[in-house]
Design a protein around this ligand. Structure first.
Ligand code: ZN
Length: 193
C-alpha cells in the first residue's frame, strides 16, 4: 500500500545514520536495530497501568484528620469536595492531573502502539509521544502536592495520611512510565518513506 521500508536508520545513541539492516551502530557500536517486540512490552506495561488506575480511583486516597474527626476521600470525592467548597481552580487541577491526563496517556500510548503501520499524523504522533515521555515523572508530584496543599490550605486539616489508593496510583504512574519508556519512538513512521 505504498509503504516502503526505509533504507537508513538513525542511531538513537549518537545520531549516526546507519543502513537499516545493520544491528549495531557503525560509529558507536551500540544497538541500532528497531525492536518490534517493544510494542508487546509497551502494551503489557500499559495494560498493567490501566488495571491499577481502577483501584486508584475506587479506594480512598487520603485520610484527613481534623481535631477528633477523620475523613477519607477518593480522588473523585476529593474533587467534589473541593468543588463544593468553591475551590474551583484546585478541583480542576486535581481532576486534570489525576483523572483526565492519566487516562489520555493510556489512550495515546495505546494508539501509538497499534498504529505503527500507519503513516498518518506522524508529526502529531511524535508530539504526543514527547508529551507522554516528558510529563511522566511529574505526574506523581502534581497530584500529591496539589492534594496536600489544597487540603492544608482550604480545610486546615491537622494531618493528611495517604490511603490504599495512593499506592495504586503510584503503581499506575510507574507502569505508565515503563510503557512509554519501552516504546521505541523510532517506530513512528518507520514504515513510511
Ligand atoms: Zn551510534
Amino acid at each position: 500500500m505504498g509503504t516502503i521500508r526505509r533504507k537508513y536508520v538513525r542511531c538513537p545513541h549518537c545520531g549516526f545514520t546507519n543502513y537499516s539492516n545493520s544491528e549495531y551502530c557503525y560509529r558507536c557500536n551500540l544497538k541500532v536495530k528497531i525492536d518490534y517486540s517493544s510494542i508487546n512490552k509497551s502494551l503489557a506495561f500499559l495494560f498493567t497501568a490501566f488495571i491499577f488506575y481502577i483501584p486508584a480511583n475506587i479506594y480512598p486516597i487520603l485520610q484527613s484528620n481534623k481535631f477528633l474527626a477523620s475523613y477519607t476521600n477518593t480522588i473523585i470525592s476529593g474533587i467534589f469536595e473541593l468543588w463544593g467548597d468553591g475551590d474551583y481552580p484546585i478541583a480542576i487541577i486535581v481532576f486534570l492531573a489525576s483523572v483526565l491526563i492519566p487516562f489520555l496517556k493510556f489512550v495515546i500510548l495505546f494508539y501509538l502502539n497499534i498504529s505503527v503501520k500507519s503513516c498518518k499524523y506522524l508529526k502529531i504522533k511524535r508530539k504526543l509521544y514527547k508529551f507522554v515521555e516528558i510529563s511522566g515523572p511529574w505526574s506523581l508530584l502534581d497530584v500529591f502536592v496539589v492534594f496536600v496543599l489544597g487540603a492544608l490550605i482550604h480545610f486546615q486539616y491537622v494531618s493528611i495520611i495517604p490511603q490504599k489508593a495512593a499506592l495504586y496510583f503510584l503503581l499506575m504512574v510507574i507502569f505508565t512510565i515503563l510503557s512509554s519508556m519501552s516504546f521505541d519512538e523510532r517506530l513512528i513512521g518507520e514504515e513510511c518513506e
